[in-house]
Ligand binder design. Sequence first.
Ligand code: NAD
Length: 260
Amino acid sequence: MGQLSGKSIYLTGGASGIGKAVTEAFIEEGAVLTILDKSAEGLAELKKKFSDTVKCIEGDVTVFEDHVTAVRTATETFGKLDVFVANAGVFDGFAKFEKVSSDAMSEAYDMLFTINVKGYFHGAKASVKELKKVSGNMIFTVSGAGFYPDGGGVWYTSSKHAQIGLMRQLAFELAPEIRVNAVAPGGTLTALHVIPPLQPFVKIVDNETKEKSIKTRNPLRIAMTSEDHVGAYVLLASDKARAITGEVISSDGGLAVRGL
Ligand code: NAD
């Protein structure tokens, strides 16, 4: 029997990258999923591959009603909601604060924080009532940028710190019924999207350069892929983690022991 056998999980951003790998790992462990993503193409692929075990909702994490629809779909289709995974996010491409115009700074702030931070608030709010019924849990995808500088620019780094603050406060407020934890991946080879207002200020690097840069940044010298992180999510979602709340599992090749 899988570690997540019978669990109903709602995950955002499951059409690509880390969210997609986590979705596949959850299915392997016996879970059923409801996915909210704005990529129709990515969702169509998921639907084709997992028609019985995945329900797809095309929508936007910045719209509260889309989360409500996802939670309703999960409960109507699978009878309950055990786990909410907030994962959909966007990037600032390491844009340099001093170089970005004040207009672009403001536009980038609104866009990135609305997706990365408000999107997590919305998902948590829409899920909390159903999770409480089954003593479920939430997992937030954060980042090494939630702890250290230079995992992005100021927009991304501050949004990831904010997600960790949200996770800790929710863990405090929602105990004892609901556990709330996070996974902090380090730099990972995905298609993580740089938001339009910052695109004129950043250099888009090819995958080979990205791979080299990720490898040199972590002590284990791993160019991490999405699949490298799935074990942490499976553990936190499972009943084996029943004593863990308010924690971040770092899956980053050892950034905390990086020598300067
Ligand atoms: P990705 O672009 O491959 O996946 C992100 C998914 O989120 C996509 O399917 C995209 O369509 C969806 N999405 C984006 N904005 C959305 C919106 N407004 N509404 C609905 N769906 C939306 O990128 P990824 O790297 O897998 O990113 C997933 C998470 O991992 C993010 O929170 C990111 O910050 C975090 N993360 C990524 C890295 C990395 O180096 N790639 C490192 C640490 C943390």
